[in-house]
Structure formats: structure tokens, C-alpha cells
Design a protein around this ligand. Structure first.
Ligand SMILES: NC(=O)c1ccc[n+]([C@@H]2O[C@H](COP(=O)([O-])OP(=O)(O)OC[C@H]3O[C@@H](n4cnc5c(N)ncnc54)[C@H](OP(=O)(O)O)[C@@H]3O)[C@@H](O)[C@H]2O)c1
Length: 319
């Protein structure tokens, strides 16, 4: 009988990539959603996933959803709570939800592999004054799992994910300036030299998870795997966008307070991420030492992944 992976966040970008990939690999996929009648849930069901209703705030619903799982993928969504709970409130909410997912996973008797989306800690990378809640609380939850759930930690891979190329056709896209005959600006609370880990989501995350599951001996044991293809200065990411779209654009660094003034608490959180990464200088793995497992160690061929330019070309009509 095919193995079963239960995917949290299956109706979203990251979980959706994993669900679709593992269906192609012949796994049984059970997707979690709060709304099985939504379009994304229905589309996944049509592709062969079993969709089930569960909510991270309802432990009993997760218990039922995780039944019989050989693998579980956990993902939380900080940004959904940012407007209502603020930066630390949303971080605390995400921390609690991750620990609920982990607690239920630890009680799932059939579980062989737990893959959890976290991020490196801004505080560990750059110091306490560079806190970045949507990174820090995820990493705090990872540390708590290592401390208080050692049996689960032994089956766990923490999955970091670089900056999504889909941001460029979503919230953080360059904007056309009226009166410039097609000129665009990209307003960023960070320097163009800032080194960014970047990845396509739809293709690459699922591929990474496929290899992580195929190589449990090196990927489990509270190891960290970063999904990225490019580590490039942020300004170069915009140049690639210009090459692919044929449009003109200027990178404009704005201050943290301008970012907050323009985008409210979202702009404040974004600025904290960019400023922390300026200090980290493109090495997320430094504080995690030999616990980081690379794509080369997992044996992931570059030919199976889409790099940044290929990802933008594949999605050109959305840019
Ligand atoms: N954008 C970037 O560049 C970037 C980079 C690295 C990491 N990230 C991280 O990526 C994560 C977001 O991933 P995404 O873009 O795939 O999210 P997404 O597309 O917004 O999807 C969120 C998913 O989470 C599910 N979900 C949220 N709250 C839930 C709850 N209480 N119970 C059950 N399911 C719940 C949603 O399910 P339903 O709505 O169907 O119930 C949905 O499937 C965040 O943690 C973010 O920090 C983003």
C-alpha cells in the first residue's frame, strides 16, 4: 500500500506544491484545510488528494487528520494574524500553532518523518536588536521541539524556504509609475546589495520534500534544509525581472519608518527581515553548523529545479 503524507497548508503555495509533487510520486496525500469546499481544496481533490477539515486551533481535529500518516508536513501562516495581533502577537500565535501540530504529530504512532516549515532566527543570525518575529518564533518552536519532544525531533526535518519568486507577481511586485511611459519602481526597506535566498515555490518545494523523504538517514534528526536555488543581491533580482519582462525598473531603498508609513505593520515586519538579513550577509546556516543539510548532500539535481530566471520565465504572463 502506498505511503500516506498529511499536508498542512495544502491549499496554499507551499503545501500545494508538496501535495501535488507527492501525488505524482505515487504517495497517498491527505490535505488539511479549514474549508474543504474552497476552490483550491476541490482542485486538489480532483487531482487525487483526500481533503479533510482541520484547524491548528482545534487539537482534536488534527488528531483525526493525522491518523495513519507515515509523513506529516507542518506549516503555519504568520501573516494571517499580523494585522489583528501585531508582530509579537502573530509570532506567539504561530509558535503555539506549531507546537500544537508537533504535539499531535508526536502522538501519531505510524509517523516516520515529520517535516516542519520554520526559518532561521534573526536573533541568532544578527543579534537581539534584529528580531524578526515571522522568522524568530518559528525557530523558537523548533528549539522547543528539540528540547521537549526528543522522539519527534529524531524524526524531524526543519524546512527553511527562501524568498518566493511568486512575491514578484504578488504583494511585493514593482509598481508602474504614471507618466513614465512604463517605468516601474521597487520600494524596498533594504539595500540592493542585500543577499537574498530565492526560490520558485510551485516546482522546487515539492522536489526538495521528495528527496528529503527519500533520504531519511541524512535528513531526519532535527536537521535543517534550505529550499533555494539562488543567493543573489536583491538589486540583481530586479535586474532579472527587467530582463524577463522587458520593462524598465528602478530599485529604491526606503527607510524602515517609510516602509511602516506606507504599509503599516506589514511594512515594519518586512523591514525587520531585510535589515536582519543585511547583517547576516547571506549565510543563514552559520549558527546551525553541521545540522544544515544541503541540496547537494540530498542529491537533488539542479536540472530538476527552476532557478529564479526560469521561474519568472515560466510565470511571465503574471509579471
Ligand atoms: N513569501 C515569502 O517570500 C516567504 C518566504 C519564506 C517563508 N515564507 C513563509 O511561508 C508561510 C506561508 O506559506 P504559503 O505562502 O504557502 O501560505 P498560503 O498560500 O497563504 O497558505 C496558507 C495555508 O495555511 C493554512 N492554514 C492557515 N491557518 C490555518 C489553521 N489555523 N488551520 C489549518 N490550516 C491553516 C491555509 O489553509 P485554509 O485557508 O485552506 O484553511 C492554507 O492552506 C509563512 O509561514 C511565511 O512566513 C514566506
Amino acid at each position: 500500500m502506498a505511503k500516506l503524507i498529511v499536508v498542512c497548508g495544502s491549499t496554499g503555495q507551499v503545501g500545494g506544491s508538496i501535495a501535488r509533487r507527492m501525488l505524482k510520486e505515487g504517495w497517498r496525500v491527505r490535505g488539511i484545510t479549514r474549508n474543504v469546499n474552497g476552490d483550491a481544496a476541490k482542485a486538489l481533490a480532483e487531482q487525487g488528494a483526500e481533503m479533510t477539515t482541520a484547524d491548528y486551533d482545534d487539537e482534536a481535529s488534527l488528531m483525526k487528520a493525522f491518523e495513519g500518516a507515515n509523513a506529516i508536513f507542518g506549516l503555519t501562516q504568520f501573516w494571517e494574524y499580523l494585522m489583528t495581533l501585531g508582530q509579537h502577537g502573530a509570532g506567539q500565535k504561530e509558535y503555539e500553532q506549531i507546537l500544537t501540530i508537533a504535539r499531535v504529530a508526536s502522538q501519531t504512532k505510524t509517523l516516520e518523518h515529520f517535516i516542519l516549515h520554520t526559518l532561521a532566527s534573526g536573533e541568532k543570525l544578527a543579534g537581539l536588536e534584529f528580531a524578526c518575529p515571522h522568522w524568530d518564533y518559528k525557530d523558537k518552536a523548533a528549539d522547543e521541539i528539540k528540547k521537549s519532544m526528543p522522539e519527534l525531533a529524531a524524526k524531524t526535518t526543519f524546512l527553511w524556504i527562501g524568498w518566493f519568486t511568486s512575491n514578484l507577481w504578488g504583494l511585493i511586485r514593482p509598481m508602474e509609475v504614471p507618466g513614465t511611459y512604463g517605468g516601474h519602481i521597487w520600494l524596498v526597506p533594504g539595500k540592493p546589495s542585500l543577499l537574498m535566498y530565492i526560490t520558485d515555490i510551485e516546482n522546487n518545494v515539492g522536489i526538495f520534500v521528495k528527496y528529503i523523504l527519500a533520504k531519511p538517514d541524512i535528513s531526519r534528526g532535527a536537521k535543517y534544509v534550505s529550499v533555494h536555488t539562488d543567493i543573489v543581491p536583491y538589486g540583481d533580482a530586479l535586474k532579472t525581472w527587467c530582463e524577463v519582462t522587458g520593462k524598465r525598473a528602478e530599485f529604491i531603498e526606503i527607510s524602515d519608518s517609510a516602509s511602516e508609513g506606507l504599509m503599516g505593520v506589514f511594512g515594519k515586519e518586512l523591514a525587520s527581515q531585510f535589515r536582519m538579513n543585511e547583517v547576516a550577509e547571506g549565510d543563514w546556516g552559520k549558527p546551525y553548523g553541521k545540522d544544515v543539510v544541503t541540496s547537494a548532500e540530498l542529491g537533488i539535481p539542479a536540472s530538476e529545479l527552476l532557478n529564479m530566471k526560469q521561474s519568472l520565465e515560466a510565470n511571465k504572463e503574471k509579471l
